[in-house]
Design a protein around this ligand. Structure first.
Ligand code: SF4
Length: 325
């Protein structure tokens, strides 16, 4: 296939097909740069060379009731991670101040667990209301399944976006989680959007899913019209059921990011967890497809640090900042 022609057509408003998405994932490694170039032309149209920096806050860590096999916070995990109860609103505000100081455009408060308790929701809403009225940073939260009323409370507190990932295709999801369903995840995304929250919704690649599953995830996210797509690159963790999964190759990961961009041209596409570990020295190439990264690490793993992130952006010809929609 001609990736450049597909980029032209996507820019003209045609949606990439499933056959094309799959072909991108199956492209010979020698075509990586052509594929990234096609993704970059689309990325540049909508986001220029801007990169959104996000800071994630693990507000309640570990001891989750769910059995997501990739997650070191799950009921099945014996991974050595820091586990802690819900942080206070004051601690969450401190995290937001620090995120604003490094120039992040979004501060994302995340809690483990199937759904938020009243204590969790109360702390997030209290912190959120203060942050929304005192800091320039925007708020995203990720608290699991929501009721309509909880989604409305978050919106009223100044939260602008809700994260809830589909993780993989509908077909593959039961192989990585049995305590809740893919359809429940879709319902939560819809509920958040109905309350006026933007949807941040993506997944993880490298769990053992097929290339078809990856294409189907990208297409499902397009159908849901999500505003932001975090793509996590699976970094197998000792103590989890998927500890022995083969590690994803950097070139394969880059082709996947390019596919997500060409299928979801206007979405904020993020190279999320696993960026440094999986992409290694090819990390800057991801910026030609994505327009967003987490800085200052992830939920249970460290990143390379904001200074190194900013240096990478500059060397690759990108700059931090957000294109207003
Ligand atoms: S629900 Fe979230 S925190 Fe709990 S095991 Fe699944 S991914 Fe991990």
């Amino acid at each position: 296939m001609n990736w450049s022609t597909i980029a032209d057509e996507v820019l003209a408003g045609r949606a990439a097909t499933r056959v094309e998405a799959l072909a991108m994932l199956q492209a010979p490694d020698d075509e990586l740069l052509q594929l990234l170039d096609a993704a970059f032309r689309v990325r540049r149209r909508y986001f220029g060379r801007k990169v959104n920096l996000h800071v994630i806050r693990n507000a309640q860590s570990g001891n989750c009731t769910e059995d997501c096999s990739y997650c070191s916070q799950s009921a099945r995990s014996t991974a050595e991670i820091e586990r802690h109860a819900m942080e206070s609103a004051e601690a969450l505000v401190t995290g937001a101040r620090e995120a604003a100081e490094v120039g992040a455009v979004k501060y994302c408060m995340v809690t483990s667990g199937r759904r938020p308790s009243e204590q969790v929701l109360g702390a997030v809403c209290q912190a959120g209301a203060w942050i929304a009225s005192h800091l320039k940073i925007r708020l995203c939260v990720s608290l699991g399944t929501l009721t309509d009323e909880q989604a409305q409370r978050l919106k009223a507190a100044g939260v602008t976006r809700y994260n809830h990932n589909l993780e993989s295709s509908r077909r593959f999801f039961p192989q990585i989680c049995t305590t809740h369903t893919w359809d429940e995840r879709v319902a939560t995304v819809r509920r958040a959007r109905a309350a006026g929250l933007e949807a941040c919704c993506g997944g993880i690649i490298g769990l053992g899913e097929t290339l078809e599953d990856r294409a189907d995830l990208a297409l499902a996210l397009r159908d849901l019209e999500v505003e932001a797509i975090p793509v996590n690159l699976f970094n197998p963790r000792a103590g989890t059921p998927l500890a022995d999964r083969p590690v994803l190759g950097a070139v394969e990961a880059l082709k996947t990011l390019a596919m997500f961009r060409l299928v979801n041209p206007k979405a904020e596409l993020r190279a999320a967890g696993g960026r440094e570990i999986i992409l290694g020295t090819l990390q800057p190439l991801a910026l030609f497809a994505v327009n967003s990264i987490f800085t200052q690490g992830y939920l249970t793993t460290k990143g390379q640090g904001t200074n190194r992130d900013l240096e990478m952006l500059e060397q690759a010809g990108f700059e931090m900042g957000m294109v207003e929609g």
